[in-house]
Ligand binder design. Sequence first.
Ligand code: ACO
Ligand code: ACO
Length: 150
Amino acid sequence: MKIRELNVNEEPPINLMLLADPSQKLIEEYLNRGVCYVGEKNNEITGVYVLLPTRPGTVEIVNIAVSENEQGKGIGKQLLMDAIQRSKAGGFITIEIGTGNSSIGQLALYQKCGFRITNVDRDFFIRHYEEKIFENGIWCRDMIRLSQDL
Ligand code: ACO
Ligand code: ACO
């Protein structure tokens, strides 16, 4: 898999990004402020992540997604390790990521890639999303925030 920055004149893979975040409005907002990277296999985009500088020295992975038929094959882990390496090379000292309390697999993956839970933003999904979100039979209400030192 080749992972590269999206070209300025290239359309971001919105359908893929909607798997990670149901709000197209929020996706467009962080695409304007962050840098989008895509993973390609046989010239087809199968993975995406967006890095957003948030505070001095800190960057956040705000969207990470893998095509449904390619999930569970290690691509997500490759994208995360690429994001960590690029952030370190770019001089950042902390990398952050957040996900819903119901995202059991994502929480497992992020911790396997070295992230540790820092805090819980309670009711984040109730404040920011109109529709109730359910996943793994769990009501997604709270944002679990994780980080790692680079
Ligand atoms: N318990 C324990 N481990 C689990 C569980 C679980 N329930 N579910 C997944 N895992 C582990 C797997 O075992 C694997 O680890 P391993 O390599 O040690 O076996 C790892 O998590 C999954 O690794 P990958 O195959 O690399 O992951 P994948 O390519 O499927 O990508 C991703 C993960 C990006 C979350 C993908 O499934 C996806 O696109 N999902 C839909 C979009 C999404 O939810 N994005 C994240 C939203 S939060 C955000 O964007 C910041
Ligand atoms: N992802 C999503 N859901 C999961 C997962 C997962 N990875 N693992 C379990 N679940 C869900 C199951 O789907 C089920 O929910 P459902 O009824 O909606 O399908 C539920 O969790 C499990 O329910 P039970 O079958 O009632 O649980 P069990 O009888 O196995 O008891 C317990 C759970 C007590 C944790 C048991 O497995 C155990 O004794 N484990 C070893 C000891 C232990 O870890 N105890 C807790 C330590 S913390 C403490 O004591 C405070």
